[in-house]
Design a protein around this ligand. Structure first.
Ligand SMILES: [Zn+2]
Ligand SMILES: [Zn+2]
Length: 310
């Protein structure tokens, strides 16, 4: 079961020669989920992912242009390419109005259905629950209402040890209970513990996208022990006053959040266009949280399955 993230843009509000503003693709079991959609995102999608009709849902973190100015263009391209599947879009107040107004004034009558789901950036809420995947919002501290997104697998069922279950002659009708963790009691009253009949499922995987935000420890309980944390790092710490004033974070602050939340890995991005060389941002973050990597346009990371050792 694949679970990967591709960075489509890692610049802050102004694009540079090799950095587009925000956009990321989550590929989960071959379905594509887009997070943020800056101007140019559809080109990046074409360049780094392809097959954009596999786009299943779109999640917009807030209504600054560097996070959604590409959305109407993408919606229009899907229409021109003949999409016939519904597209679900999750985002804050105003997003639906803006997109529908653009479609209306351009006399674009879509041949597929757009369904908007209004989010509330004030609270953390479960906004998507389909198959094995759930998405929860992460309220952030930014100049306008903003949230991030936590993509997390649901815990799987325990796996049956076939040979043992067969040799104990356990009826098939009991298998579901065993998968849920129940012990088995034989006809003569002997208890066979579940742990000898099943093995634990893999640990659920997770990815947190923390979009534009000031340093805020309020997000830590929401992203506890996440496998990969993306956190914005617009500035170096020498500009921390500016970061606070503009409601952004420094690389050091992103690393501090990764450390306190117990993340396995940190990806920083949303760099100010003033930085040509990103290594000072990387070094600053690594001095606090060594497992840090720089987001770069086109970078793909896989969230790997981990088995429980018993
Ligand atoms: Zn931004
Ligand atoms: Zn912003």
């Amino acid at each position: 079961m694949s679970f990967s993230i591709t960075i489509l843009g890692c610049s802050s509000s102004i694009p540079t020669n090799d950095r587009n503003p925000s956009g990321q693709i989550i590929n989960y079991h071959d379905k594509l989920y887009l997070i943020d959609c800056a101007e140019g995102t559809q080109l990046q999608l074409r360049r780094y992912v392809g097959r954009i009709q596999r786009l299943h849902a779109v999640f917009i973190s807030h209504l600054h242009g560097d996070h959604f100015f590409g959305l109407v263009g993408l919606v229009s391209t899907l229409h021109l390419l003949g999409r016939n599947k519904v597209l679900h879009i999750y985002g804050p107040q105003g997003l639906e109005e803006i997109i529908r107004l653009q479609l209306s004034y351009t006399h674009t009558e879509l041949i597929y259905e757009l369904i908007f789901h209004l989010t509330n950036p004030e609270v953390s809420e479960l906004i998507f629950d389909e198959g094995e995947l759930q998405v929860t919002t992460i309220p952030l501290d930014h100049r306008i209402p903003t949230h991030g997104f936590l993509f997390r697998e649901k815990p799987g069922l325990r796996k049956i040890k076939k040979e043992i279950v067969l040799s104990e002659k356990i009826p098939y009708s009991e298998y579901e209970n065993l998968k849920l963790g129940a012990d088995y009691i034989t006809a003569d009253g002997t208890v066979i513990p579940n742990s000898s009949l099943t093995v634990s499922p893999p640990i659920p995987r997770s990815y947190a996208y923390c979009s534009d935000t000031r340093y805020t420890e309020s997000i830590i309980p929401l992203i506890k022990d996440v496998d990969i944390l993306y956190h914005e790092a617009t500035f170096l710490k020498e500009l921390s006053e500016q970061a606070t004033l503009k409601y952004h974070s420094t690389a050091e602050q992103a690393a501090q959040i990764a450390l306190l939340s117990g993340a396995k890995k940190l990806i920083i991005g949303h760099y100010s266009a003033r930085y040509d060389d990103l290594n000072p941002l990387l070094e600053e973050a690594k001095s606090i949280f060594p497992e840090t990597e720089l987001a770069q346009d086109g970078l793909t990371m896989t969230v790997r399955k981990k088995l429980v050792t018993e």
